[in-house]
Design a protein around this ligand. Sequence first.
Ligand code: ADP
Ligand code: ADP
Ligand code: ZN
Length: 215
Amino acid sequence: MNIILLGPPGAGKGTQSANLVEHHGMRQLSTGDMLRAAVKAQSEVGLRAKAVMERGELVSDEIVSALIDAELAAMGDDVGAIFDGYPRTAAQAESLDGILEKNGRKLDYVIELQVDEDALVDRITGRFTCANCGEGYHDRYKLPEKEGVCDKCGSTEFKRRPDDNEETVRKRMQEYRAKTAPILPFYEDRGIVRRVDGMAAIEDVTKAIEAILAS
Ligand code: ADP
Ligand code: ADP
Ligand code: ZN
């Protein structure tokens, strides 16, 4: 199974990917996570991407498609892929077709998480993650069960992304509307787009996605 999770920043792509990884043995391919790792490592890609990401603009198609190509080539054929935050432009969608074909894979579904834009700023500015295991949380919608302690690994250190501020979120939303939403018709023509109400509670969104995968 190979699926794309599509939706604006804060739609819940990372949260829902984590469920699919944990309960369905799939692998999450998040270009955002790969780029943040490159920035942290101060690699050449990281040095080129850092300022672009801080402004909420898109990193070049060549860079992100090369990251996806490398990750997919290194993956076992029997492991399903969740594309999270990729493709984000028409050029990336075309590259993905080639990359999948080269790896003997085909796209099963493009799942669009539909959310109101007003909720996104609130979701993004309340987002934080465990500094040790990466588990995602929210100041109001998903607090750790025991205050200050990660549910998953027990760490007491958490972090917030430098680009999760209101100004950058608005820029990222604009980029989504201008460059990413227009790739939907490309997949609609193939009959593989499925829509999910991303404003529902986290568990309900999970159930809706699982129902699609089981169909
Ligand atoms: P994305 O990967 O699409 O940018 P995330 O999965 O990181 O989005 O979610 C953004 C924030 O919103 C996180 O803090 C997460 O805990 C929270 N969140 C995700 N899904 C929901 C939901 N259905 N309802 C309320 N909050 C949510
Ligand atoms: P979000 O969780 O808010 O959807 P991501 O973690 O996917 O955001 O991406 C963070 C930033 O990394 C983006 O604002 C952009 O600068 C860069 N980025 C991530 N994926 C891509 C991509 N496929 N194409 C171009 N830039 C990307
Ligand atoms: Zn943790």
